[in-house]
Design a binder for this molecule. Structure first.
Ligand code: NAI
Ligand code: MG
Length: 490
């Protein structure tokens, strides 16, 4: 564990405008929107509300930097050097960045400081190392020809991200795009624009040329949709809700854009009676309640074998009772508020559904405190597969615990979902773990652990959890086009 940051006072909000072609600009319309502190419901700052005109300007700047500008002519190794410089600048300001993330998103400072930002820095450094290692092949074709492939950047990429890991999603998107030589028009989530904008400021300071990274804060159906429709954008990378992805997929078809999607989940976390129960209980608790339950890969369907079911529930009840909710900027706080009123309302609706459908609410189900979007850590036992709390992504601190008895039934039940982002299994029987890992339809499987991420390990969804992979070498592939060059040797 990294050292804990001292208790942060309110961090300074510095960048609130659009970042286009290296300039900080108000929205062309002059409009702004408020970004809210979810712990207090107070306005933190007014942020430029970008729309189609701002997106046009950002795409122009990105096209210029890609088609004619310094990015396309720079040596690949120098691109990597600038990316490392950006990582260094982020690392140097990590305490303030973590506080800014905590303020805007509501996540505990200890998580922002010890999880989000170390992963941000690591991701940028990992992809910096790729910049000069992207190469093609020579192909032995028939006839007197020399044939080779080049892997070229896909071009200008539009990147649209959600609010649950604002800085980390920025790094996951920028890392492979910059390494491949692409230029970027990014729209951060309207709930959490501040750390993305600050990272753009640091990118400028690192010497990443004007126009390579552009950030247009604003709303989805306006700024976001303008990026998706723009003929000057070659690819869209999106993380967020499935229903939004389907709109984007349809709109992107018009211009045949490349698209990659990282969407939601209802990930099964399977605990066998032969598991190390202390580890399984701690891992299941972390796998669901981390980040206020606002994780695409949250282990939100916890299947527990009958022999240990009661013991498991008792221990989660105990842990929930001890969980420290409070001011996200306090280093002792373990759980902050949900990101906004809409998420709070959605979670409360699902708590009602859980009760209506006959599940037993063992902890929580209520608002915590009187200010801020806090939800008590909630535990539902006696959940069955068809209840709404077992089928739908809730995106909050609500654990659904289901019972199973038979090893043969569990793979089918785990796979009985439209999603396929992640899964986990806890057992001391290594063969059983591998069999489950092979059969479960999910992009990531954790064995005796949960939420272990690494910049080198691909992440993404089967089924309706997405298309394509992020991180690792697989994440780079989405940002390159293959070009075949055939040369007559006669
Ligand atoms: P969302 O998918 O609407 O928002 C994600 C991003 O897409 C934001 O930047 C938003 O402005 C943008 N967007 C929205 N509509 C757009 C459009 N028509 N064209 C282009 N961009 C658009 O997700 P939202 O509304 O913030 O959250 C709703 C639910 O989605 C959550 O309750 C949760 O279940 C799920 N979700 C899943 C995430 C994941 O990581 N898988 C992240 C965030 C939300
Ligand atoms: Mg939405």
């Amino acid at each position: 564990m990294a050292t804990m940051a001292p208790k942060q006072t309110r961090p300074q909000v510095r960048q609130t405008q659009c970042f286009i072609g290296g300039k900080w600009l108000p929205a062309a319309s002059g409009k702004t929107f408020d970004t809210i502190n979810p712990a207090t419901e107070e306005v933190i700052a007014e942020v430029a509300e970008g729309d189609a005109d701002d997106v046009d300007a950002a795409v122009d700047a990105a096209r210029e930097a890609f088609d004619r500008g310094p990015w396309s002519t720079m040596d690949a190794r120098d691109r990597g050097r600038l990316m490392n410089k950006l990582a260094d600048l982020i690392e140097a300001e990590i305490d303030e960045l973590a506080a800014l993330e905590s303020l805007d998103n509501g996540k505990p400072i200890r998580d922002a400081r010890n999880a989000d930002f170390p992963l941000v820095v690591d991701c940028l450094r990992y992809y910096a190392g790729w910049a000069d290692k992207i190469h093609g092949q020579t192909i032995p074709v028939r006839g007197d020809y020399f044939c080779y492939t080049r892997r070229e950047p896909v071009g200008v990429v539009g990147q649209i991200i959600p609010w649950n890991f604002p800085a980390l999603m920025t790094a996951w998107k920028w890392g492979p795009a910059l390494a491949a030589g692409c230029t970027i028009v990014m729209k951060p989530a309207e709930q959490t624009p501040l750390t993305c904008l600050r990272m753009a400021r640091l990118a400028q300071k690192a010497g990443i040329p004007d126009g390579v990274i552009n950030v247009v804060p604003g709303y989805g159906p306006t700024a976001g949709a303008s990026i998706v429709r723009h003929p000057g954008v070659d690819k869209i990378a999106f993380t967020g809700e499935g229903s939004t992805a389907k709109i984007i997929q349809r709109e992107a078809t018009e211009t045949m854009k490349r698209t990659t999607f990282e969407l939601g989940g209802k990930s099964p976390n399977v605990i066998f009676a032969d598991a190390d129960m202390n580890a399984a209980i701690a891992g299941a608790h972390f796998g669901l309640y981390f980040n206020q339950g606002q994780c695409c890969c949250a282990g939100s369907r916890v299947f527990v074998q009958d022999k240990v079911y009661d013991q498991f529930c008792e221990q989660i009840v105990k842990r929930n009772g001890q969980r420290r909710l409070g001011d996200p900027l306090d280093p002792q706080t373990e759980q902050g508020p949900q990101v906004d009123q809409a998420q709070f309302d959605k979670i409360m609706k699902y708590v009602e559904y859980g009760k209506q459908d006959g599940a037993k609410c063992l902890t929580g189900g209520k608002r915590f405190g009187s200010k801020g979007y806090y939800v008590e850590p909630t535990l539902f036992a006696d959940v069955t597969d068809d209840m709404r709390i077992a089928t739908d992504e809730i995106f909050g601190p609500v654990m659904s615990v289901l019972k199973f008895s038979d090893v043969d039934e569990i793979v089918d039940r785990a796979n009985n979902t439209e999603f396929g982002l992640a899964a986990a299994v806890w057992t001391r029987d290594i063969a059983k773990a591998h069999r489950f890992a092979a059969k479960v339809r999910a992009g990531t499987v954790w064995v005796n652990c949960y939420d272990v991420f690494d910049a080198g390990a691909p992440f993404g969804g089967f089924k309706q959890s997405g298309i394509g992979r992020e991180l690792g070498e697989a994440g780079l592939a989405n940002y390159t086009e293959s070009k075949t060059v055939t040369v007559s040797m006669t």
